[in-house]
Write a protein that binds this ligand. Sequence first.
Ligand code: SF4
Length: 479
Amino acid sequence: MSRRLDTINAQPPSTLYMAATLFQKVWDAHTVRTLPSGQTQLFVGLHLVHEVTTPQAFDMMRQHGWKVAFPERTFATVDHIVPTSSQKRPFLDVMAEEMMSALERNCRDAGISLWTPESGNQGIVHVIGPELGLTQPAMTIACGDSHTSTHGALGAIAFGIGTSQVRDVLTSQCLALDPLKVRRVEVNGRLNRGVYAKDVILTIIRRLGVQGGVGFAYEYGGTTLDAMTIDERMTICNMSIEGGARIGYVNPDETTFEFLRGRRFAPAGDAFDRAVAWWRQMSTDAKASYDDRVAFDAAAIEPTVTWGINPGQSVAVSEPIEAAPDDEALAFMGFSNGSKVQGTRIDVAFIGSCTNGRLSDLEDAARIVRGNHVAPHVKALVVPGSQAVSRAAEARGLNEVFIEAGFEWRGAGCSMCLGMNPDKLEGRQISASSSNRNFKGRQGSPTGRTLLMSPAMVAAAAIAGEVVDVREMLEGVPA
Ligand code: SF4
């Protein structure tokens, strides 16, 4: 099964003839018409679906006798509810088994490709899309999950949508959307050792605010982004939504093209060269103007950790917390204004999620873990973002590094990113987590506490038993 999924219009967008951003060009190229409401009806090139937001959408369609318009542009996986300790069917959780069965039935009836744990290609929807080459530059993508912005790392315009919109896309392959403004978020310079893409995006959200991006698409660029791998760009784009932006993207470049070359659903042979020419044409023009611009100095970014209950409440690990003394987040988390997160004893260490569950994330963490042991009071999990990530990590012996150090090596899934499967915090436990949300109750316990940080910082915390500055643990470790 392999086919090309290009969404190239027969008519080039009018924005090709003036200086425009990638967002404007892609929007223009996929516009079907302007609706009476003033919204734009946008064609969706790729629809990614999973078990959580689809059962009701398919039920609604069945009631009306509607069919899936483009099953060949629709791909499914299972991620949120899948247990990571044993993926044997039937799942022990009856509701999880029902959701899995419903997805299997709906995909079979509609002719949609589905990757189950038996397929060898299952994983978190935002990990498998790029991995399989389904995600491509200048494409419009929709998925019933907030972190669909991840796919922007390859220059796609990717929207997280709700259940009724999932129904709309299934039946019409279109979405009704309001246009967005574009903010250029530029990061320049070299990151210091021990500072990762996660620290960059946490710093961006801290400065611009969790509502700062409302109404915007974030175009990330600058020399720091230019030097990043696609994995790192995915970490950045993934959390755009946490800064309020509807989407985030990076213009496609040689790094993007090399990432896609040879992937299963990417164009092949001459078609690949033609696609690259098109992707270049769709990138933001040098003279394009933006609705807003902000800039960050990479060298000033430190390992960053959240102290509060939204991803904007973060601090450099060496700094004290600055907050209003009556901020409810301080009381919930057990911190006080002026205290430090560094030194906080943790109960759980979680390395995984669509933000930081890729091979390079596991490699960064393994570099810290190798030859060390998890603190006795810490439960530590490594959950690869996909079965392909798991295989690649195992081929490099990373599973053995983690297991020897006392981590649990799990099957692919969302796991402890959110409490929809058996991996959950208990009571007031504190988790050092490489995921993207630290909302109250996010990791399964209403009173559980989440400290977001990079996978390397999570690994360091697991070893030390408390939040530490990963830079100290990197001393003497070969780069
Ligand atoms: S890993 Fe977390 S954020 Fe990503 S898709 Fe799964 S639940 Fe959503």
